[in-house]
Ligand binder design. Structure first.
Ligand SMILES: *Cc1c(COP(=O)(O)O)cnc(C)c1O
Length: 396
């Protein structure tokens, strides 16, 4: 019988025979770099692909394999791969899909390093890119080009929390023979499942909600088996950005509580965003779950919760925002997101410095914008800290 996502997060697919020795409920960590062959012939057969089995951990490892099968299952994809970081996953998928002369169409807000990667692909490998607001089908049609091979989107967009219309992107991309790649880091499969909406690939920084405890850097990608096999054989194996077995194990462990944690992240974020929106020194708040959110219809169509990240601007802009950040006592001043602790950062001077100021403006990243990743603490404790910091902002 089909099992719900909540159950599948805990009863992860038993995809690797022998990965639970002695009847262990939790699989051990296969912390080994290489695997012995019983005979020289067996070694030859494994290299020839005539016999399945492990060879060397850069080519595959049982612990990592369990995680790859788990994320493919959760996203509803045929195949998954684990990488040493979110950026290793994103770069492997993009390098696997494009050639010199191709074009990548991306959402107009992107994780800073993803923007940096697109610039590098453009300047060194002649793969051009353009950014566009992809909030509806007309906008996607307007922006796509005959040589577009990949439509690459984040939704919600980091850190403006705008949404991209995934069904429209999939429809138009496929008409043009392009693949839709979605960075689902902010929503996780608990709140949004892009493959069900037509996406071809989903990538994750599992460093964030999937790991969930702020103790690991890891990336994941899922997609169709034939193309994922190619990405494995060429990009992942030879460029080598694989996930370590221990890190894969930490993410498998974190994912068991993903659904519970997302419920709390969403509940806390909605409450904090609502209180921020009513605060006299706050100029604007960006959070998809808010009642007055500008893309409310799209939000209700493709997400089942707004996630844990909030963008907001303090009256008085940049200097007022920096002052406010310096007065925080419970919330941590740190980049990253999606973990137990509430984290606060300033995109224009931290995560998005690689994006030139004029592109940042076009992305809607105001210099005064602050990004808050709501943690799992008591919501009143988070609010009391934010409120005392807001109330003591100079001049208020
Ligand atoms: C953090 C992040 C990344 C990069 O992931 P790493 O694990 O840090 O390499 C990519 N996309 C989004 C949306 C992120 O938040």
């Amino acid at each position: 019988m089909a099992r719900s996502l909540d159950t599948r997060l805990i009863h992860q697919p038993d995809s690797v025979p022998g990965s639970r020795p002695f009847g262990s409920v939790t699989p051990p960590i296969f912390q080994t770099s290489t695997f012995t062959f019983d005979t020289a012939e067996q070694g030859r057969a494994r290299f020839a692909g005539e016999e399945s089995g492990y060879i060397y951990s850069r080519l595959g490892n049982p612990t990592t394999r369990l995680l790859e099968a788990a994320i493919a299952d959760l996203e509803g994809a045929e195949e998954g791969l684990a990488f040493g970081s979110g950026m290793a996953a994103i770069s492997a998928v993009l390098i696997g899909l494009v050639e010199s002369g191709d074009h990548i169409l991306a959402s107009r807000g992107l994780y800073g390093c993803t923007f940096g990667l697109l610039e590098m692909l453009q300047s060194k490998f002649h793969v051009s890119f353009s950014l566009a607001d992809l909030g509806d089908e007309a906008a996607v049609r307007e922006a796509i080009r005959p040589n577009t091979k990949v439509v690459y989107v984040e939704t919600p967009v980091n850190p403006t929390m705008e949404l991209v219309d995934l069904e429209a992107c999939a429809r138009v991309a496929h008409e043009f023979g392009a693949k839709l790649v979605v960075d689902n880091t902010f929503a996780t499969p608990v709140l949004q499942r892009p493959i069900e909406l037509g996406a071809d690939f989903v990538v994750h920084s599992a460093t964030k909600y999937l790991g969930g405890h702020g103790d690991v850097i890891l990336g994941l990608a899922v997609g169709p088996k034939d193309l994922m096999d190619e990405i494995h054989m060429h990009t992942q194996k030879d460029i080598g950005g694989i996930a370590a077995p221990f890190d894969a194990w930490l993410v498998l462990r974190g994912m068991k509580t993903l659904s519970l944690r997302m419920d709390r992240h969403v509940e806390n974020a909605l409450e904090i965003a609502s209180r921020l929106a009513r605060h006299p020194v706050v100029e604007s708040v960006y959070y998809p779950g808010l009642a007055g959110y500008k893309q409310r219809d799209l939000y209700l169509r493709q997400m089942s919760g707004g996630g844990g990240v909030i963008g907001f601007i303090v009256k008085g802009g940049l200097s007022a925002g920096m002052n406010m950040m310096n007065r925080l006592e419970l919330c941590e001043r740190a980049v990253s997101l999606g973990e137990t602790h509430t984290l606060v950062e300033h995109p224009a001077s931290m995560t998005h410095t690689v994006v030139p100021p004029e592109v940042r403006q076009a992305m809607g990243i105001d210099d005064g914008l602050i990004r808050l990743s709501t943690g799992l603490e008591d919501v009143d404790d988070i609010w009391n800290d934010l409120n005392q910091a807001l109330c003591s902002v100079d001049g208020m």
